[in-house]
Ligand binder design. Sequence first.
Ligand SMILES: Cc1cc2nc3c(=O)[nH]c(=O)nc-3n(C[C@H](O)[C@H](O)[C@H](O)COP(=O)(O)OP(=O)(O)OC[C@H]3O[C@@H](n4cnc5c(N)ncnc54)[C@H](O)[C@@H]3O)c2cc1C
Length: 491
Amino acid sequence: MASSPAAALATQTDVLIVGAGPAGLTLAASLTQLGVDHVLIERADAVQPGSKAAFVQPRALEYLDRVGVADRLVAAGVRGRHFSVHDGPRTLLRASYDNLDSPFPMMLLVSQQTTEKHLDRRLTELGGTVRRRHKLITFSPDFPGVTAAVAAPDGSVHAVYARYVVGADGVHSRVRSTAGIDFPGTAREQLFALADVRFEPGSASALLEDTTFFFSSEGMLLTSPLAGGQHRVVASVPSGSKAPTAEEIETLLATRGPRESGSKVAEVITASTYHVQERAAEKLSDGPVFLLGDAAHTHSPAGGQGMNTGIQDAGNLAWKLHAVLTGLAPESLLDTYHGERHPVSVGLVAFTSQMTSLATMRDPELCQLRNDIVAAAARAPHVTDWLARRLSQLDISYSPEPADGTYHVGQRVSPTLVPAAGLDWTLALPTSHTGPAETGRIGPVNVEFVDGLETPLLIRPDGYLAAHGVSTDPHAVLTNLASYLPGGPPR
Ligand SMILES: Cc1cc2nc3c(=O)[nH]c(=O)nc-3n(C[C@H](O)[C@H](O)[C@H](O)COP(=O)(O)OP(=O)(O)OC[C@H]3O[C@@H](n4cnc5c(N)ncnc54)[C@H](O)[C@@H]3O)c2cc1C
């Protein structure tokens, strides 16, 4: 993507976003769509190459649909349908995405670069821009916001006053360290190797068609098809190992994977080794400062969750910033960003850590016990459905109540029930409603009749339930909108 035009950098803005990875781009596209003044700076001159996120999960697609990116990504990627766990050729567990209640029942196989390019393109279409080759150096409090020092491509340093500053600047976040927000957690000693490869035509084992964890006492192995006919191979390796060669990848597959000879690596497209850190920021906001994406949480990439969580952090924050900056909501609404997303960060780090620990067990007896337990659990009703919902992130809810088929404020409302309406609020009325009701857009609220509803629902711009049993009069709902905000009075 080309550098941004050389227009002067604004000296003040409502929101300064630092970092144009998937999280920062999603936030910028959302704020542009909502008409919120912001500046997005990025130190790199283009979308960075390299093997990173390979999957977009259904819940992230549902949000990206609201900003007009999901269909393009689906067209650019490949639909993955299953997540499996194997012991050699033996299937221990196979979770299917087919039955997920989502317009996007798929683990979309698409590279992070493609995702970022589509987000960047959409941002430009909406009228926004990325200020590339602009680096945040520091910022200091300037009540009620901050004044940031930003280095421009020519080395000059510019002061930018921002009412809010958002750190979407990755795991080594300058925003997080400048704000003094702690990033507690651990670094795993285990080294992992990652390679994106192309197999010789027709040689790849049929067992490599699913995204699969191979549980072996030889060590962890994860394989997945990728877009463009490639495959990803991730394995735990001894410390000091170098990036794997084609022969080493074939050996990993033969010893830990399908345990069949024949999968011949024709080309290693990228290969590297990495260590996993498992950390979650102690708080996601501090006064005018917000953290999202890897700046807020980092963990094992196994399970394909990190980028997806950053996209949803952005979705949670965008409409709240808009509501506060337009006077619809009190400033305290912004506290609910931490309240809702911090438990998601902490839960994600714990879940991926447990998966990694399970997959890297080496004691043969314990490995046998683990495999037997996983195989038995997978036969229990609903276990594989639970896992698919967990991985797809459709189970994320801001309600303390369990999903029990009734309405709870804070739970996700499936767009298969109430179609997404961009970043508007939605007042969904039962088709059985007989009184007068206007439909269409009334202020920030989109009003529509929906089949199969028993009671009117008010849905937030990020797709979560704000209230149920509300008035069928859109004007009354609009007048009382502030009372339906999270953190507002009990309802
Ligand atoms: C090997 C690997 C495999 C992965 N697989 C998956 C997967 O399958 N699924 C998944 O969901 N996730 C996966 N992830 C994780 C995913 O890549 C990250 O979660 C994602 O990139 C985080 O996005 P982000 O926007 O928060 O941060 P980043 O992508 O790190 O973007 C941060 C941006 O901020 C910029 N920046 C930093 N400092 C400054 C500054 N001072 N000024 C201006 N700009 C700055 C950087 O240049 C960068 O562009 C994987 C990661 C790795 C390494």
